[in-house]
Ligand binder design. Structure first.
Ligand SMILES: Cc1cc2nc3c(=O)[nH]c(=O)nc-3n(C[C@H](O)[C@H](O)[C@H](O)COP(=O)(O)O)c2cc1C
Length: 175
């Protein structure tokens, strides 16, 4: 199969997720195309047998590149097998309100683009203080303290469950 591993990223973690996903697709014997969605937007998704799209949540919505891609290709995406990896720090915790918030972020995507992904994997992202500007840094410190009390806010914290992600991709490729 030819599989698109398309991603959007702000601080780089979703790019790392997509790189690993593309490596897994290739290891399973398929042709993997690892592409930022900003570039993939010019190609028809129907060039691929399947797509795995990954995007992070920032301030309650998905990355602009994903929204643009979804809006442009909503009809095609609805008709092909797509696994959407929703990357966030909400998914790193067990807070019911946070998880309901992720549902609303998906509703917002559908309302803004016309695409509602049928298969969604909520993936815990990363805290990367060196990538935050002065405005985001104090807010992200509070987010970290709420979700992972005791974590050192000066260090990088990766919450992604790589094994769970691998299983989700495996199920998608097999299904
Ligand atoms: C300014 C900013 C806003 C964020 N807003 C949210 C949010 O609303 N909900 C959430 O669950 N995570 C939020 N996050 C966490 C990101 O989704 C998480 O760090 C993710 O791993 C970022 O992926 P990226 O490195 O690919 O950009 C935010 C992070 C930053 C820096």
């Amino acid at each position: 199969m030819r599989v698109l591993a398309g991603y959007a990223t702000q601080e780089g973690h979703t790019a790392e997720i997509a790189r690993r996903v593309a490596a897994q697709i290739a290891a399973a014997g398929h042709a993997a195309d690892l592409l930022p969605l900003r570039k993939a937007i010019r190609r028809a998704p129907s060039d691929y047998d399947r797509a795995i799209l990954a995007a992070p949540v920032h301030l309650g919505r998905y990355h602009r590149d994903l929204r643009r891609y979804a809006a442009r290709h909503a009809d095609t995406l609805a008709q092909m097998p797509v696994l959407f990896l929703s990357v966030s720090l909400s998914a790193a915790g067990q807070d019911a309100g946070d998880w309901q918030g992720l549902g609303r972020v998906l509703d917002g995507l559908a309302a803004a683009t016309g695409w509602r992904p049928a298969r969604v994997e909520q993936v815990a992202g990363a805290y990367r203080p060196e990538r935050y500007g002065w405005l985001a840094r104090p807010a992200m410190r509070r987010v970290l303290a709420a979700r992972d009390p005791g974590a050192d806010p000066r260090k990088v914290h990766v919450y992604t469950d790589w094994a769970a992600l691998e299983r989700a991709v495996e199920r998608f490729l097999a299904g």
